[in-house]
Design a protein around this ligand. Structure first.
Ligand code: PLP
Length: 218
């Protein structure tokens, strides 16, 4: 099942788009099934759950932290995390840099932009992103690399709204990229909206339920 879902989705996305299989709440057996089918990029939204899975599963898995990050949890994952998607403050960047330094790593981060209408979604405004990228402080953070932006669209059936939100992020990304050439990743798109995201320039999609089935939150 999982293998078939993966293959099916992989066929519908262009080669330059990286597929992150979002395995949050799913058992390790499900991840192994995807792993055996050749998949290596997995996404989790809780640090403790990701740490447990990292400890038990093959070490060539690339772990993506896609959830909202609490600063006090950063230290538990800096030794292995591949990419942190949801960074939305300078304070968090500072903490990632500090912890990464202890492990002699440079950690790749994406800044999360708030593009959705919903108040529940985290993220920075485009002007805040601009200030962080151009600010002095960031140049002192030797152990992080800001390699792109991430965003989540509003949860709605209105495709034109989703399209508007993704294209606003793509426009900001293109504009920022002219000054900041370290930006190369645009992480946007989930099971319900990844096709619209790709049409609007996404280079990384985060897909959970279409691969692993519905999540069961208890
Ligand atoms: C859960 C989650 C996803 C995947 O959602 P699906 O709708 O199951 O594909 C993608 N991105 C983030 C940030 C998530 O928390």
């Amino acid at each position: 099942m999982i293998k078939d879902n993966l293959e099916h989705i992989q066929k519908t996305i262009p080669e330059h788009v990286t597929l992150i299989a979002v395995s949050k709440t799913k058992p390790q057996g499900d991840i192994l099934e995807a792993y055996k089918a050749g998949h290596r990029h997995f996404g989790e939204n809780k640090v403790q759950e990701m740490v447990d899975k990292f400890d038990d599963l093959p070490k060539d898995i690339k772990w993506h932290m896609i959830g909202h990050l609490q600063r006090n949890k950063v230290k538990y994952m800096v030794h292995f995390v591949h990419l942190i998607h949801g960074v939305d403050s300078l304070k968090t960047l500072k903490e990632i840099n500090k912890q990464a330094e202890k492990h002699n790593r440079v950690i790749q981060c994406l800044l999360q932009a708030k593009i959705a209408e919903e108040d529940s979604k985290f993220g920075l405004s485009f002007s805040d992103i601009e200030s962080i990228l151009s600010g002095e402080e960031i140049s002192n953070f030797k152990n992080i690399a800001i390699v792109g932006l991430m965003g989540m669209a509003t949860f709605t059936d209105d495709e034109s709204q989703i399209e508007r939100e993704f294209s606003s992020l793509k426009n900001a990304f293109d504009r920022l990229q002219q000054k900041h050439d370290s930006l190369e990743i645009l992480s946007m798109g989930m099971s319900g909206d990844y096709k619209i995201a790709i049409e609007n320039g996404s280079t990384m999609v985060r897909i959970g339920s279409s691969i692993f089935g519905k999540r069961n939150y208890q």
